[in-house]
Design a protein around this ligand. Structure first.
Ligand SMILES: Nc1ncnc2c1ncn2[C@@H]1O[C@H](COP(=O)(O)OP(=O)(O)OP(=O)(O)O)[C@@H](O)[C@H]1O
Ligand SMILES: [Mg+2]
Length: 416
């Protein structure tokens, strides 16, 4: 029996890297998480590399420790990218089948998608993800897989994410320098939406909000497909900064206060307790009321969710999402879903984690901070990635990102 292969998902977050490694049993097509870890990384700001050396050191530390824990090398590495340099939009492609037999092949589908990708890109931008949203044959819409069907005109709708080549290349360099090969790169919100939202939610119209430290990612699903996605360059670290400044305490202490005692909505202030606040020099501690912490947090959370509301308004899809799902570390703040209901005008908002039936794992890795890394593994494995194992050596002049140039379920990655 073949040894299950090790697939790793690397989430490049703000100021930290998070990795989940899972054994993929290709015979049963099941995934089991073997290790997961987050390490701080001072070389990354808001998902972008600000220092290659620091980032490479963090990658070596993180992936090395994961490999040691699993006692084997990472076979496939999938990277999730974030950042305000990413932009997403929908496009349309057509392809005429001029052959006699008219039977649509995979090549025809690829060519229709190629045509959808043919569009002007901003200077220094490249395509990160292309998701096919559905095909139509001779104007008949709603066909998910036209292979083998007959038709003359094949059309496809795609959702394309583009990003800055400079940032993408810097990130690839930072990961490849220690000798790791990237099998593919995804815009982090794409696998996340697939693994956190239910099909029913996507069908009815859903908004997904990933509340990170320095980034908030917003996705809108309508009729089952991702219509809009955007990264907003602010996140929950702003709350930490507010607490630190107002309470005169270090950022580390402010973060701890936020995560341990913070609530953003008055109804969650169950009892009026006291919160210990260490002084900046760490020599003394004084107590403040919990309600004072709420007073600092609430306006900032409202402001963040209002930013999301502006983004949704600008998307042109304001009236479509019915339900909302919040994920990412910031979703753990009590009261956040209430703000989303009030400010975004959604009927219902829940906290989302990766659906448990998609992967076997101990509970700790279902924590929202691992959601993106988990979804990367699930998404890539579910998409039929097969073995290409053994770690190739880093080549300075190699193409920076591995392009495996095949269809992943509905996804053609990296404009291959
Ligand atoms: N229990 C908690 N309550 C409130 N906030 C929390 C809690 N746990 C984590 N956070 C906050 O969530 C944020 C980090 O979220 P996450 O781990 O999803 O970010 P990231 O992926 O590193 O960042 P980004 O998505 O911006 O790149 C931090 O601001 C952190 O303080
Ligand atoms: Mg994140």
């Amino acid at each position: 029996m073949a040894k299950p292969t090790l697939i790793a998902g690397l989430d490049v977050g703000s100021g930290k890297l998070t990795c989940i490694a899972a054994a993929h049993d290709t015979e049963t097509n099941t995934l089991k998480v073997l290790a997961g870890r987050s390490v701080p990384c001072r070389g990354i700001r808001g998902g972008m590399v600000s220092d290659i050396r620091e980032t490479s050191a963090a990658v070596t530390h993180l992936l090395g420790s994961i490999e040691r824990e699993c006692n084997r090398n990472i076979g496939n590495l999938f990277v999730g990218v974030r950042g305000a340099h990413l932009e997403s939009f929908s496009n349309h492609g057509t392809y005429n089948i001029s052959r006699m037999d008219k039977e649509i092949t995979q090549d025809d589908m690829d060519l229709a998608v190629e045509n959808a990708k043919a569009m002007p890109l901003k200077n220094d931008n490249e395509i990160v993800n292309v998701i096919t949203q559905g095909f139509s044959i001779d104007k008949q819409r709603g066909i998910t897989n036209p292979e083998g069907m007959e038709g003359s005109l094949l059309e496809v709708d795609v959702h394309i994410t583009t990003g800055s080549s400079t940032h993408m290349n810097n990130l690839a360099k930072a990961i490849q320098r220690p000798g790791y090969k990237i099998d593919d790169t995804f815009y982090g919100l794409v696998p996340l939406g697939e693994c956190v939202l239910s099909q029913e939610e996507k069908d009815i119209g859903a908004l997904i909000l990933d509340l990170g430290g320095e980034t908030m990612s917003v996705g809108i699903y309508i009729d089952g497909i991702l219509k809009f996605s955007r990264d907003i360059p602010y996140g929950c670290d702003l709350i930490t900064g507010d607490l630190s400044r107002v309470l005169h305490t270090s950022r580390a202490n402010a973060k701890e206060i936020k995560e341990k005692y913070g609530v953003s909505f008055p109804t969650f202030l169950d009892e009026e307790g006291e919160v210990p606040v260490p002084s900046l020099d760490g020599r003394s501690t004084h107590n403040i009321k919990k309600s004072y912490v709420l007073d600092i947090i609430q306006p900032r959370v409202e402001e963040l969710i209002e930013q999301v509301a502006h983004c949704v308004e600008a998307s042109g899809y304001k009236n479509f999402p019915v339900v909302g799902v919040v994920t990412g570390g910031g979703s753990l703040m009590p009261g956040i879903t209430e703000h989303c209901v009030n400010i975004l005008g959604l009927k219902e908002v829940r906290r989302g984690i990766v659906q448990r039936d998609l992967i076997t794992s101990e509970d700790a890795f279902f924590d929202p901070q691992f959601s993106t890394a988990m979804s990367l593994v699930i998404y890539a494995a579910g998409s039929g990635v097969q073995e290409v194992y053994g770690r190739p050596t880093y080549e300075n002049n190699s193409s920076l990102f591995g392009k495996i140039g095949k269809w992943f379920k509905n996804v053609d990655i990296f404009g291959g």
